[in-house]
Write a protein that binds this ligand. Structure first.
Ligand code: HEC
Ligand code: HEC
Length: 212
């Protein structure tokens, strides 16, 4: 019986590989296997952000590797009502826990699962990114200057929503980012979001050499 199954599998190896790829794609679009082990203040966050900082479904940002000062200012903005949020937990974070939460997620090094980005949008977004956003969201969003968040490999649905939220006024522009947005359409901004989301979290060797 086992031999029969094995040979059936060998014959169908291509189909099986293809099926596994399809399953992997589907599961990355709908959710990922998530590490929800946790204790302490992080316990209320893992349902959505995991212990490893990976957003478990479309629309939830990956937090892993963001700099501590940035995570701290994001959490304080939520607590103080300076940044809108759909998530009640964000507003209820005790001030005393902010430091530990920021440190925990900053130290996580998990591989971000790639979102399904559209190649035509990625191509349209690349030169717009280079002209408008690269000064602060450095190295295709893998690095940061002027306290900008890391964007490479971020969830695409989250990024599209947040990119447009600055334009609509829902989120307040940080210093000088409004200038970078001047005259960009919603479609331009969506394209830049796809460009960021499509980027590898870690630069290729070639990419590293190109860096200043
Ligand atoms: C019910 C799901 C859920 C829970 C629980 C949750 N979050 Fe979130 N988180 C989200 C979503 C969705 C967003 C996207 C923006 C929004 O609506 O605020 C987000 C955004 C964030 C951001 C902003 C990231 C960025 O790139 O700007 C931070 C930081 C964050 N969450 C930290 C936490 C921490 C720390 C906890 C635990 C105290 C937590 N979240 C609990 C769903 C959740
Ligand atoms: C002058 C520096 C600067 C430039 C230029 C800039 N940004 Fe930003 N960006 C920032 C800073 C700082 C933040 C953090 C704001 C905050 O936490 O509220 C940010 C945050 C963001 C976020 C939110 C990410 C998240 O995880 O919450 C998006 C989306 C974004 N920028 C898109 C863009 C796009 C698109 C461009 C180019 C058109 C751009 N930025 C140009 C500095 C900049």
């Amino acid at each position: 019986m086992l031999t029969f199954v094995q040979s059936a599998f060998r014959k169908r190896r291509f189909t099986v590989t293809w099926l596994l790829t399809a399953v992997a794609l589907v599961s990355s679009a709908t959710g990922i296997a998530q590490d929800k082990s946790a204790s302490g203040p992080i316990a209320v966050c893992v349902e959505c952000h995991g212990n490893d900082g990976l957003g478990y479904k479309a629309g939830i940002p990956h937090l892993n590797g963001q700099p501590i000062p940035l995570l701290t200012s994001m959490l304080n903005a939520y607590r103080e009502g300076k940044r809108p949020t759909k998530v009640k937990f964000h507003k209820d974070i005790p001030a005393a826990d902010v430091g530990a939460l920021a440190k925990h997620y900053a130290e996580q090094k998990a591989q971000r699962p790639k979102s399904a980005t559209k190649p035509d949008l990625v191509a349209r977004g690349e030169p717009l990114y280079a002209n408008r956003c690269a000064d602060c969201h450095v190295d295709s969003g893998r690095d940061s200057d002027k306290e900008a968040p890391l964007m490479a490999g971020q969830d695409v649905d989250y990024l599209v929503a947040q990119t447009l939220a600055f334009k609509s006024g829902e989120r307040k522009f940080p210093y000088l980012m409004d200038k970078a947005y001047k005259d960009l359409s919603d479609d331009d901004l969506t394209a830049i979001a796809h460009y960021f989301a499509s980027q590898d979290q870690v630069a290729s060797q070639q990419g590293r050499k190109r860096r200043r």
